[in-house]
Structure formats: C-alpha cells, structure tokens
Design a protein around this ligand. Structure first.
Ligand SMILES: *Cc1c(COP(=O)(O)O)cnc(C)c1O
Length: 428
C-alpha cells in the first residue's frame, strides 16, 4: 500500500515513511491510495485491528510487526455502555491517561520504537496543554528507539494537567516553559525549522495529522460498529465530538471502507468553523475561542484537508454546534435522567443526539464517542451533578506519581540545550 499527499506534489510512500514524516514534504497530509475492504470478524480489538489494518502495512518493513504493535498498543478496553434506549457510549477513556488520545499515542509510539534506532533514537517534540502531551509521555515511557520531549506553559495548566505532563520516567522529558502556550508552539516550530537540530535529534512530531494516530482510531470505531451491528442488526450512527477532526475523519474512513456505519454527526463546541462550512459550503478557518470542552477549541481543524480530499459521497456528514451553556445543561440533564456522567466533550455529542428526531433515531444504532473520563474535567462537571467524581484507577495512579520537569526560558537556545541527552531533569 502506498500513501499519497492530499496536495499531490510529493512522492507516494509506504506506511513507515508516512508515519516517520508526519506531514508530506509538499505540506499535504498522507492518505492511503485506495481504501482497503472492511472485515467482519468476531475478534478482540488487538486481533481485529491487526487483521483490518494489515492492508495499510502491506509491503512495508513494519508489516511484520503489526500484530505486536496492535497487541501492545490496543490492549485497552473500549466498552459500549448503554446510556439511554437506542443510545450507547463508546467509552474511550479506559487507557492510562483517561482520554481517547491514548489509543493513537500508544500506536504511534509503538511504530516509532520500531522505526527508530536505539543508537540514535527519534525524538518526539510536542507542545501541548491538553490530552495529547500526557498520552504521548505515557506511551514513550521505557522506550529505547524513541524519546519524548514535552513543552508546556508554566503556571497555565491545572495542577493535575502539569502532573500528567511531567510524571513519566525515561526517556521522557517535560519542559516547563516560561511563557504561554503560543510560546511553546513557536519554540517547537522553530526547532523543526532548524535543520541542524532536526537532524541531530531525529525530531518527529505526534500531532493529529500523523496517519499513525488515525489508523488505530479507524480500527476501534470499525470494531465498535461491527459489534453493535451483530447485537442489533442495524447499521451504526456515530456522533463524534470534534476539534482537529482526526477522530471525525477516522469515522468517515471506516465507513468508506465498508464497515456498517451510516449517519455520521460531528459535534463541536462554540468554535463555528465546521458548522459554517456545513451551512455555507465554504471553509473559512478562524481564530479559536475558549470553551469548557477545551480539547476541541480549534478554529482551523488540521485534518480538514483530509476530509476535503474524500470523494463527495464519502464525506457526507452532519455538524451540530453546542454552546457552553448547552454543554452544561446536557451534563445536568443526562445525570438526572440516566445517571451517566459525561465529560464536556462527550456532552457535546450527547446534546447532538438529544436533538435528533424519533424517526432519525430509529434509523440506526446510535453510538456517541465518550472521549475523556469526566474526572479529568471534575472542576466543570462536579458542580453540575452536585457530587464528586472518583478517579479511575489509572488516573489515581498518576496522582501518586512524582513530577519532574526542567524549567526553561522561551528561547530556542534553551530548548536546544534541553534536547541534549545528558541534561538532568530537576524535581518540581
Ligand atoms: C482531542 C480531543 C477531542 C477532539 O478530537 P479531534 O480528533 O481533534 O477532533 C475530543 N475530546 C477530547 C477529550 C479530546 O482530547
């Protein structure tokens, strides 16, 4: 299988090269040349994923490792939990950092660890305050052929977020940058633009445009659809809380492969770019605005280019925009009627479901992606439900870890120095 750029001005490559590169050299995003066929197999997720993803890896040196990659990265429960008659939550937050980013990060790092060389490891450089940084740090811990360097802004993330970014052992390094999130992103961009640094440390990125993060998401959505179809006889309707559109693209691609999926709805927070595109047919990126579903605060979804590259019949979808007040009302209402506790992101999708007519509800088995554990957003959710949320065991275990990070000024020199392998982290 070859992967081509959405911009059509880069050579086609195999999966290993597409994962190593992240973006294509022409600035586009890699897409498989042809969509492999869906499978219908009654298997656990790691085996199901190894079978359905095999065509994407065919002909690449990574192909022989795919079963082991799936076994080590996707051995995380993804249960379908009934929430209301006709509605199930696909809980994607049972991984070690409590959000669906664990699936993509674990799969990607498992690939990097086989692409890299322990004598000169790859370095994943990530600036993040959200769920990705923690998931990448966790997925990199203990690896030999890839390490992770995570930048976050000093004093601008919650204490639990800071801990989740800085609690991982070698070869993970957390850098607390004296600046804001934009400074962190600027530093990362400057490092990638520096050919010397990029070569010296084999810099690579783990952001959501990497095809290596999308493939496992396609796999668990397909797996959920196959299971639900067996149980109900009906095709599935997915509602996906969306920001950068990686997850949403994964749902579209699983349907394009022929898995039993029909309607796909994207739920967004008050960031209007996708809703406006759906309403007007024109894509106009905007500056992002802050909401309580902050992992979806995106005004220029980085995977939009992939969605736009699909044939029109494959990119049919609906978009529902959900304001902060509507998110809060949905969390409250759902807790009162079913006892289910949504995180603010999942709640956007639950609200989109609540807006469906009875007729549309009857057409499919509806599945909402529950993208993060509500404990991660306890300060928002607890007042709405009038109770406390207990941490799941994985997140409780993070609370028991010690933070270790290195404070650096927001300069490329300081980052370059901190990238040196000999640098000892200090305890925070
Ligand atoms: C990243 C994230 C999203 C958005 O996913 P995209 O792939 O960026 O659309 C939704 N919910 C949570 C909890 C996230 O961390």
């Amino acid at each position: 299988m070859r992967f081509t750029s959405t911009r059509g001005r880069a050579p086609a490559v195999g999966i290993g090269a597409a994962i190593r590169a992240g973006a294509a050299p022409d600035g586009g995003l890699y897409l498989p040349e042809t969509a492999p066929k869906a499978i219908d197999a009654d298997l656990a997720l790691p085996d199901f994923a190894a079978a359905m993803l095999a065509p994407f890896f065919a002909g690449d040196p990574l192909a022989a490792d795919l079963p082991a990659i799936c076994a080590e990265a996707l051995d995380v429960p993804a249960p379908l939990v009934p929430v209301a008659p006709g509605l199930q939550a696909l809980e994607l937050f049972h991984g070690p950092t409590g959000a669906f980013k664990d699936f993509g990060a674990r799969f990607l790092l498992a690939c990097f660890d086989r692409i890299g060389d322990p004598a000169g490891p790859l370095t994943v450089l990530a600036a993040t305050s959200g769920d990705t940084g923690g998931a990448v740090g966790c997925a990199a811990e203990g690896r030999r052929a890839v390490r992770a360097v995570i930048l976050y802004p000093k004093g601008r993330v919650s204490p639990f977020q800071a801990l989740q970014l800085s609690c991982w052992g070698d070869p993970v390094r957390a850098l607390e940058v004296e600046g804001d999130f934009d400074d962190c992103q600027r530093l990362v961009k400057a490092a990638f633009a520096d050919a010397g640094l990029t070569a010296a440390h084999n810099l690579t990125s783990a952001n959501s445009i990497n095809i290596g993060r999308l493939l496992p998401q396609i796999a668990y959505l397909a797996h959920a659809a196959v299971r639900a179809k067996r149980a109900t006889g009906k095709d599935v309707g997915f509602i996906i809380p969306s920001g950068n559109l990686g997850h949403g693209f994964a749902a579209l691609y699983a349907r394009a492969m022929g898995f039993p999926i029909r309607p796909i709805l994207l739920a967004t927070n008050a960031n209007r770019t996708l809703a406006d595109w759906k309403a007007t047919g024109t894509y106009a990126p905007r500056a992002s605005i802050a909401t309580i579903a902050n992992a979806m605060d995106v005004g220029a979804p980085s995977n939009f280019e992939r969605v736009a590259a699909l044939p029109p019949e494959q990119r049919k979808l609906g978009v529902e925009l959900v304001t902060d007040d509507q998110i809060r009302d949905r969390i409250r209402a759902e807790y009162e009627t079913s006892g289910y506790v949504w995180c603010p992101h999942g709640a956007t999708a639950a609200e989109a479901y609540a807006r469906l007519s009875d007729r549309v509800r009857d057409e499919a088995t509806w599945i909402v992606a529950a993208t993060a554990h509500p404990y991660k957003f306890a300060e928002t959710v607890e007042p709405l439900i009038g109770g406390t949320i207990a941490p799941p065991p994985a997140l409780a275990a993070i609370r028991d870890r010690a933070a270790s990070s290195l404070s650096i000024p927001a300069s490329l020199d300081a980052l370059a120095h901190a990238l040196q392998p000999h640098h000892e982290p200090t305890s925070a």
